[in-house]
Design a protein around this ligand. Structure first.
Ligand code: C2O
Ligand code: CU
Ligand code: CU
Length: 420
């Protein structure tokens, strides 16, 4: 913090080499290091200032995915950082506690930049804290899920993130950049903040022994009350916070169970968990977590329709940096209908929080009933969202909405809106 109370962060995007597979260094990109980036943390009410320096040797951007902020601070394709330059956005955090993240967003190169390793978590805290495990790295653990393909010699990631229908579906799962990871837990309950930071892959997360666990949060914050499940699905960009109970001395595997959507093939082990022979006690998960007022469209709310076409357009148009597609009044609550007649997609809207009203006419699973910013749009379905827009008006600076399968986003399945 500086003398005015501004909380300052410095991030440098750089290239390097990282030991991921045994005995070999892989060419990677990272923030302040060679791979991925530090977890950023700030509280509601904080004014934060970022200093983002680009040492990649090519232009980039950094977008704060999940943050509610003025469009010029958003880090989308318009906030380009030239090689050698430093970008210094500043804003005041005004949103509930949440697990957000940050990643590059240069139009046409997002897939490549994220795939090489530019991504990190951004945790927002809030005064209202229900009694959940919250000691970072001890019983409050970030899990960034990513899939990679390695070149035969392991010296680089392979695959073209802009080829094929979905880009890359990797055959090596990395968690926080680690291949074949394990975690020792020392408490009876552990909170995991799970981020799907993959380019295209969808995970259906559960445990090998099918134990049940509590979902306590979605993308944009805590749920009103915990929801007990044995499985939850995350498409790229989505987050979930879960709390899991362990017994002393046991071993269990966090796993992704294959599904039928092309982007979720195969059962994949994510993380081996080993519980210590004696566990510190943890509080029970509270029955109420947050005062969550459901986002409710007013009578006669504006309805906007978005049809996803192929893998490169929305409503028949490819992304155009010079075209504003939608103009939204500040503070509006609208219904956005996303229609998908082709294969799997998802949909992310910058700046907002939304509630999923229905998927193919049915309400979403209870664990996905909270505030979100990214949603799965299954093949041949319509998803309806109640979208709450913020109050940062700027007719000249657009925010993005797009499919978060990065191959699709980069090829044009993205549009721009302004808040006025
Ligand atoms: Cu996480 Cu527009 O992106
Ligand atoms: Cu975003
Ligand atoms: Cu898509």
């Amino acid at each position: 913090r500086d003398k005015n109370g501004v909380r300052k962060f410095a991030l440098t995007m750089q290239q390097g080499r990282t030991g991921i597979l045994p005995g070999v260094q892989t060419a990677t990109w990272g923030f302040n290091g060679t791979f991925l980036g530090p977890t950023l943390r700030a509280a509601r009410g904080d004014t934060v200032q970022m200093a983002v320096t680009n040492r990649l040797g090519e232009a980039g951007t950094v977008h704060w995915h999940g943050m509610r902020l003025p469009a010029r601070m958003d880090g989308g394709p318009h906030q380009q950082i030239e090689p050698g330059a430093t970008w210094t956005p500043q804003w005041t955090i005004d949103q509930p506690a949440a697990t957000s993240w940050y990643h590059p967003h240069p139009h046409g190169s997002t897939a490549a930049h994220v795939y090489r390793g530019l991504a990190g978590m951004f945790i927002v805290d809030d005064d209202e804290r229900p009694e959940l495990p919250s000691e970072y790295g001890v019983d409050d653990i970030p899990l960034i899920l990513q899939d990679k393909k390695f070149a035969r010699d392991g010296a680089s990631f392979s695959g073209d993130p802009l080829k094929g229908t979905f880009g890359i579906l990797g055959d090596h799962i990395l968690v926080n950049g680690t291949y074949d990871p394990f975690l020792r837990v020392r408490t009876e309950r552990v909170r995991f903040r799970i981020l799907n930071g993959s380019n295209a892959r969808m995970y259906h997360v559960g445990f090998a022994d099918r134990r049940r666990f509590h979902v306590v949060g979605n993308d944009a914050g805590l749920l009103a009350a915990p929801v007990t499940v044995d499985r939850l699905s995350l498409t790229p960009g989505e987050r979930a916070e879960i709390v899991v109970a362990f017994t002393a001395g046991e071993q269990v595997v966090l796993r992704s169970f294959g599904g039928d959507a092309d982007i979720d093939e195969g059962d994949l082990d994510l993380l081996k968990i080993v519980a210590a022979s004696r566990l510190e006690s943890s509080p029970a998960v509270p029955g109420r977590l947050a005062d969550l007022t459901p986002i409710q469209p007013p009578p006669g709310a504006r309805v906007r329709r978005f049809r996803l076409n192929g893998h490169d357009a929305i409503n028949g148009r490819e992304m155009d940096m010079t075209r504003i597609d939608e103009v939204v009044p500040a503070g509006a609550v609208e219904i956005w209908e996303i229609e998908n007649n082709v294969y799997a997609h998802n949909f992310h809207i910058h700046e907002v929080a939304f509630r999923v009203l229905d998927v193919k006419g049915s309400p979403p699973p209870a664990y996905a009933s909270g505030h979100k910013d990214t949603v799965y749009v299954p093949s041949k379905s319509t998803v309806r969202l109640a979208v709450q827009f913020g109050h940062h008006t700027d007719p000249a600076s657009p925010y993005m909405y797009h499919c978060h399968i990065l191959r699709h986003e980069d090829s044009g399945m993205m549009g721009q809106f302004v808040i006025v």
